[in-house]
Design a protein around this ligand. Structure first.
Ligand code: ADP
Ligand code: ADP
Ligand code: ZN
Length: 215
């Protein structure tokens, strides 16, 4: 099973990917996470991507598709992939088709998380994650059970993304509208798209995704 999770910044792609990994043993392939790791390690890709990410604009198609290629090459064939935050442009969509063929995989579902634009800024500005294990939280919607302690690993170190500020979020939403949303019709024509109400609670969204995968 190989699926794409699509939705604007803050729609819940990362949160739902983590649930799918846990419930179904799939592998999350998040180009955002890969790019942030590259920035941290100051690799050539990271050095090229940092300023673009800080502005909320899109990194080049070639860079993200080659990251996906490397990660698919390292993934054993029996493990399903969740494409989280990729593809984001029509060119990336075409590159993904080529990469899936190259690695002997087929696309089963494109799941679009539909969310109210007004909710996104609040989701993004309230987002934080565990500095140790990366578990995702939200100030009000999804705080750790014990204040200041990660539910998953017990760490007390948390971090916020530098691009999770209101101004950058607006640019990221514009990029989504202009470049990413337009790739959906092509997947619709292939009968792959399932739309899910991303405004529901995290567990409800997870149940709706599982229903699509089981269907
Ligand atoms: P994305 O990967 O699409 O940018 P995230 O999964 O990181 O989105 O979610 C953004 C923020 O919203 C996080 O702080 C997360 O805890 C919170 N969140 C995710 N899903 C929901 C939901 N269904 N309801 C309320 N808050 C949510
Ligand atoms: P979001 O929470 O907005 O879904 P991501 O973690 O997916 O954020 O992406 C963070 C940033 O990394 C984006 O604003 C963009 O600069 C870059 N990025 C991530 N994935 C891609 C991609 N597939 N194509 C181009 N840029 C990407
Ligand atoms: Zn943790």
């Amino acid at each position: 099973m190989n699926i794409i999770l699509l939705g604007p910044p803050g729609a819940g792609k990362g949160t739902q990917s983590a649930g799918l990994v846990e419930r179904h043993g799939m592998k999350q392939l998040s180009t955002g996470d890969m790019l942030r790791a590259a920035v941290k390690e100051q690799t050539p890709v990271g050095l090229a991507a940092k300023a673009v990410m800080d502005r909320g604009e899109l990194v080049s198609d070639e860079i993200v598709s080659s990251l996906i290629d490397e990660n698919l090459a390292a993934l054993d064939t029996g493990t399903g992939a969740i494409f989280d935050g990729y593809p984001r442009t029509a060119a990336q969509g075409e590159q993904l088709d080529e990469l899936l063929a190259k690695h002997g995989r087929t696309l089963d579902h494109v799941i679009e998380l539909e969310v109210n634009v007004d909710a996104l800024v609040e989701r993004i500005t309230g987002r934080f994650s565990c500095g140790n294990c990366g578990a995702l939280y939200h100030d009000t919607a999804n705080p750790p059970a014990k204040d200041g302690v990660c539910d998953v690993c017990g760490s007390t170190e948390f971090k916020r993304r530098p691009d999770d500020n209101e101004e950058t979020v607006r640019t990221r939403m514009d990029e989504y509208r202009a470049k990413t949303a337009p790739i959906l019709p092509a997947y619709e024509a292939r009968g792959l798209v399932a739309r899910i109400d991303g405004m529901a609670g995290i567990d409800e969204v997870a149940g709706a995704i599982d229903a699509v995968l089981a269907g």
